[in-house]
Design a protein around this ligand. Sequence first.
Ligand code: PAF
Length: 280
Amino acid sequence: MTTTPVIARTRAELAAARGGSSVSFVPTMGALHDGHVQLLKHARPLGETLVASIFVNPTQFAPGEDFEDYPRTFDADLERCAEAGVDIVLAPAVATMYPAGLVDTVTVDPGPLGTILEGAIRPTHFRGVLTVVSKLFGLVRPDVAVFGEKDYQQLTLIRQMSRELALGVDVVGCPTVREADGLAMSSRNRYLADAERRTASALSAALRAGVAAAAEGADAVLAAAHAVLDGADLDLDYLALTDPELGAAVPGHEARLLVAARVGKPRLLDNTGLTLGGTR
Ligand code: PAF
């Protein structure tokens, strides 16, 4: 289904375009790839009007991270949105999202879950993500919002925020889309040099090895995944086995295996669900 999306840059333009319809929403930072298209297709039937936002959010990047270099491909993004049936593309200016400026303003505290895993390495990241997503929810007023499982901790935190702050948005996760060799699609993959690109497939290979060992319990999962990662030329930030809410993994129950590593300069994340056997 191809559409000609309306481009809204302000709250008033957005309100006029969406009218009183039910809304499904896919927030993005642009540089759209097939993983984003999958989110848009998933969201399309969930509301009468499908809104996508394209906004590279400065507050979720720490000083020295890649905010300036983050890929910006607005025209190509618009085409992808049109092909996926998007009705409205919200492309706000920084001043629309942060009318009081970028510092000393009201922000959303992610709580304890925002301090582990990604939060331990990027301590200000989830504050920026939750703050901008809450603002986007306030502008778009969606009924449903769709996020990728690739950023599993982000998805978990946004779901928790919507529930605990009573935002009334149904937060839906969408499975990770992968390249043929298993690499999770990401806007940052384009920065991998050829050799790094080959190394990067070790992340998904480690997850598959972990899943294959799941029946033997948590220690076996971690050992199998580490065996793959240890043989790859990457800087591992973490490999963690948790329950689906990112608490302690429980033998005999659903679990999540999460990995983050730097492959050259780019930092890559991946994760998978699995069912743990054993008693540990
Ligand atoms: O996942 C992303 O692209 C961003 O973190 C999000 C959710 C659009 C907030 O800026």
